[in-house]
Design a protein around this ligand. Sequence first.
Ligand code: GLU
Length: 470
Amino acid sequence: MTIVTRFPPSPTGDLHIGSARTALYNWLYARRHGGRMVLRMEDTDRERSTQAAVDVIMEGMAWMGLDYDDGPYYQTQRFDRYKEVINDLLARGKAYRCYCSRERLDELRAAQMAAKDKPRYDGLCRNHPNPDNGNPPVVRLATPLEGAVVIDDRVRGAVTIQNSELDDLIIARSDGSPTYHLSVVVDDIDMGITHVLRGDDHLNNTPRQIHILEAIGAERPVYAHIPMINGSDGKKLSKRHGAVSVLAYRDDGILPQALLNYLARLGWSHGDQEIFSRAEMIAAFDIEDINKSAATFDMDKLLWVNQHYIQHLPLDELVSHARPYFEQAGLDTSDAVQLAAVTDAQRTRAKTLLEMADKSRPFFGELTSLDEEAMAKHLMPAVAAPLRDLRDRLMSHEPWQAAGLHSLIESVAAAHDMKLGKIAQPLRVAVTGFAASPAIDITLQLVGREQCIIRLDGALAYIASREQSG
Ligand code: GLU
């Protein structure tokens, strides 16, 4: 049997990280078993579905490297097929037309509520031999009145729902359009879905969908309902907790490998392994290892995973991921050697690519921002003489490489009877404008001779003006 999974987002907004995790698990399962994953846009809510949301989903999937084998299908393009199934269910007596007016249904509901009964359709048109009263009818599924549905859920175990709890679900509206459950089930059948892995917020839908499936006469897929993702306060993850969209994490400088790795572990585990390559994830993923309780989103852990990937990716790969963030920061990335050297120097110093680009401003072009506090603290009259000395020797120093620059700084420090640190920190502030940067010799190398001299001149002028103003 070929395993066929599905990712069926409703294109009504961002690609939520919860949905991305669902997509990932479906993808991993399909890839693990040499199966297929179907992408399906559940766009029947025409008011809320937008092309922009479709684009965002496609962009997010592509960014994470989650590919699919079939689709994207669009439910709005399959209405004829749904109508065919609805007509067939009517013809076979599995469904019936219900002519009850809105008023009657409202009264029924009010009476049931008053009697403290669960509101449900009472089956009037199901039992009435000739119910047509001229109202435009909806179509309802004739749900079994007795017995129960047992969902053999691969995460939850057996979940039993009494049929008496369910009423006759509407499968077509009075305008003939199919309802959500009908289209999902028809699609799952037509697309050959063997495994439905989805959020457990859909668990309530499953018995209803199973009834439709059985009325159609199709085999049940395997169900696995994945527990939700909560924020740190134990409530379902939402915008209140921070960014929830995949592309927001991209924009914040998270690597796709890191997000994927983090999401894989958010609700699934394989021993105590934390870092998984794509291939390792595929080889290790199993539904049985999905956690049975809700996961808690942990930004610090995501940043830790991100930092791991920033430190360990091959440099050329890291550079290609980092480049857009440098460009976004307005830095000139045309010198590929410089970009790679800066990225390499910063990879142990940044938790995100956004932070990396921001911290790298001193290595591209002129200084555009300064930390005034660091300048006031470190650019003191006592360092003017060694900085001037350094400046003069840097003018002709060759080659412009970290190792030789390091010896030069050491010898200037020694000549002025200073410890290296006493001169390195003022020098760092002078040439970068900030109190933190990579090792001082690498910092000088990356800033380049010309800017080093210009900035040292600026720092010396700053010290002189302090001296003047006392
Ligand atoms: N379209 C649904 C959603 O985005 C998914 C339905 C399903 O997985 O069956 O939540």
